[in-house]
Design a protein around this ligand. Structure first.
Ligand code: NAP
Length: 353
């Protein structure tokens, strides 16, 4: 693996710059002295960009905003013009969905095509770094039990999610596949994907809306006070995911997909990490609920907790092979206990728990 080489002669584009992960990517690029083209839905929304403006004011790099929407063809042309790298992070990550095709799949898939078309038209883009997800590799923990060595690798694709079951994972799978198809159909830019597990850690602004915050807020508000569902997930700090994007962009030989995941946690362990810092001030889970009980009552209290989700996810180990990210990108992962603690502290301070 060679060291990253930072060529600042051209600007770089970050889509969805107001997002949770994107805030850290933009911050790091500004720190490195890049001219960052920030594509956002509403450049006039000062509340959503104040943190980016503050970072730019203290950094050697510069920031320029562009209005763009994933659902408007040609929308990213101006933002991509003259850029060497496109970081495509924008994609809806939310469980508040009434029409999964309209709210998740269309912006993820059509949006990816729109952004990559703009990258091709720009004529100057050499590399596209796409924020994909481990969700493009597996749908349910049960899938992992059938994989070689019972762990996720970059060779595997999610075959089990659909519009009806796991629409977010489905949207990320289709979007990444569309990106690889487009990458193969041209020879101007190279595609590198980052496939993070569940991202934890503080935001660059206090009122971050990502689903990551919603999940941690639910744990803090007592959604699991009678017992956490017995489920394992992969976790990773947001700053490590941002660093993975930077290395994927600027290490000359970086290519292909990269699982970016630090460790496996149960939902109960996440609650225990929070209790270790915040004590019993909040109703964090203290035990696990048996799977059979989650199977019975889960769907009554949470529409996303279907019986299929419970059967296929709970009491089934999550394992992911992150060795490529260490070998090819030189990533070193921080433990995620402090990530979730710092994130929760930020929510408490902002009065959001
Ligand atoms: P986030 O804060 O909600 O960021 C999503 C971004 O997408 C926001 O900036 C949002 O813009 C933008 N966006 C959504 N719909 C759009 C549209 N129609 N047009 C233009 N922009 C649109 O969530 P995040 O956690 O940072 O997610 C960033 C990326 O990481 C996503 O691709 C997500 O799938 C991926 N990812 C996240 C996790 C995780 O655990 N958080 C794990 C794996 C992968 P607004 O600010 O205007 O709403």
């Amino acid at each position: 693996m060679s060291d990253p080489v930072f060529d600042r002669s051209r600007p770089v584009l970050v889509t969805g710059a107001t997002g949770y992960l994107a805030g850290w990517v933009v911050g790091r690029l500004l720190e490195l002295g890049f001219d960052v083209h920030a594509a956002v839905r509403d450049p006039q929304d000062e509340a959503k960009r104040a943190h980016l403006d503050a970072m730019a004011a203290e950094s050697p790099g510069s920031l320029k905003y562009f209005r763009a929407n994933l659902l408007e063809p040609g929308s990213y042309d101006d933002a991509a013009a003259g850029c060497s790298i496109v970081f495509h992070t924008a994609s809806p990550f939310t469980s508040k969905v009434s029409d999964p095709q309209r709210d998740l799949v269309d912006p993820a898939v059509k949006g990816t095509r729109t952004v990559l078309d703009s990258a091709t038209r720009a004529g100057t883009v050499e590399r596209v770094v796409l924020t994909s997800s481990c969700a493009a590799i597996y749908g349910y923990n049960a899938d992992i039990q059938g994989m070689p060595d019972k762990r996720l690798t970059e060779d595997v694709w999610n075959h089990s999610s659909s519009l009806k079951d796991g629409a977010y994972a489905y949207s990320k799978t289709l979007a990444e596949k569309a990106a690889w198809e487009m990458a193969k159909a041209q020879n101007r830019w190279r595609l590198v994907t980052i496939n993070p597990s569940f991202i934890l850690g503080p935001g660059t602004r206090p009122d971050t809306r990502s689903e990551s915050f919603s999940v941690v807020r639910q744990i803090g508000k007592g959604a699991m006070r009678f017992g956490a569902p017995p489920m394992e997930i992969g976790t990773v700090d947001v700053r490590d995911v941002a660093e993975a994007h930077i290395r994927a962009a600027f290490i000359a030989e970086a290519k292909g997909r990269h699982i970016v995941s630090a460790e496996t946690k149960t939902l109960l362990q996440m609650g225990e990490d929070l209790r270790a810092r915040f004590g019993d001030d909040y109703p964090f889970p203290k035990s696990e609920m048996p799977k059979w009980l989650v199977w019975i009552i889960g769907p009554m209290v949470n529409a996303n907790l279907t019986r299929k989700t419970v059967s296929r996810n709970m009491n089934k180990p999550f394992r992911a092979d992150n060795s490529k990210s260490k070998r090819r990108l030189g990533l070193e992962y921080r433990p995620t206990a402090s990530s979730i603690q710092d994130m929760f502290a930020q929510m408490v301070e902002a009065g959001r728990v």
